[in-house]
Design a protein around this ligand. Structure first.
Ligand SMILES: C[S@@+](CC[C@H](N)C(=O)[O-])C[C@H]1O[C@@H](n2cnc3c(N)ncnc32)[C@H](O)[C@@H]1O
Length: 214
């Protein structure tokens, strides 16, 4: 566990009960039972302040959502949003994505969202990118075949890297756009993350793809 800069955040996180799962490894293979239904599970990795996933949870009550975020100072904003909306089909993990396969069992996840992941531009840091082959291996352990990763980024180099990594690792790419907010993908542009709102307001282009695990 990393050092906590703001101890009150931990207290507030714990106060939200089921909206945050503090020991998620215990639910491995049993997330449907934990939610109490048979709905598909969609996860967002690096969920940040949570606008994207809480909006999707509100719009799609027949899907269960799990947001994963390691920085408690942003996670708390996401949890507050879910609480304010009274959502019951969502929870959050205060957890490091590097160990994601310790939290979900084989085929337990039906969709993975990667939104504005840190680009790690130095080549020596390539292994930290969330679309590096080593991360894709973990995603393939938990994602059902035929299901998808949806990725958005403002970073051209990360997008290029991700296209190559995904296509070299059993993913079929589709619905690619180099300018989401001037594209035909109405649904994808209708729900924005906090980073996306900032970049779009500055007139920056957003890259997006869908990758089917074959
Ligand atoms: C650039 S921000 C984007 C946040 C949000 N997806 C958005 O678009 O507004 C990337 C987020 O991923 C989180 N993150 C990066 N690496 C992570 C890891 N290994 N485990 C969990 N969260 C991580 C960071 O703490 C940060 O909140």
């Amino acid at each position: 566990m990393r050092l906590r800069k703001k101890p009150w955040v931990k207290d507030e996180i714990v106060s939200y009960g089921r909206l945050v799962v503090l020991d998620p490894e215990k639910n491995r293979g049993q997330w449907k039972e934990w939610f109490g239904n048979d709905q598909p599970i969609h996860i967002e990795l690096g969920t940040g302040k949570g606008n994207f996933i809480t909006t999707l949870a509100e719009q799609n009550p027949s899907v269960n959502y799990i947001g994963v975020e390691v920085r408690e100072e942003v996670l708390i904003s996401a949890v507050r949003k879910a609480a304010n909306k009274g959502l019951t089909n969502i929870t959050f993990l205060w957890f490091n994505i590097t160990k994601i396969d310790e939290v979900f069992a084989e085929d337990e996840v039906s969709r993975i969202f990667l939104n504005f992941s840190d680009p790690w531009p130095k080549s020596g840091h390539a292994k930290r990118r969330l679309t590096h082959t080593e991360f894709l291996k973990r995603y393939k352990k938990i994602l059902e075949r035929g299901q998808e990763i949806h990725l958005k980024t403002d970073n051209e180099k990360l997008f290029e890297f991700s296209l190559n990594e995904l296509s070299n690792n059993d993913f079929r790419l589709k619905n690619i756009t180099l300018d989401l907010h001037n594209s035909k993908f109405e649904e994808a542009k209708s729900v924005m993350t906090e980073y996306e709102q900032k970049f779009v307001s500055r007139g920056m282009k957003i890259y997006r793809l869908e990758a089917v695990y074959q």
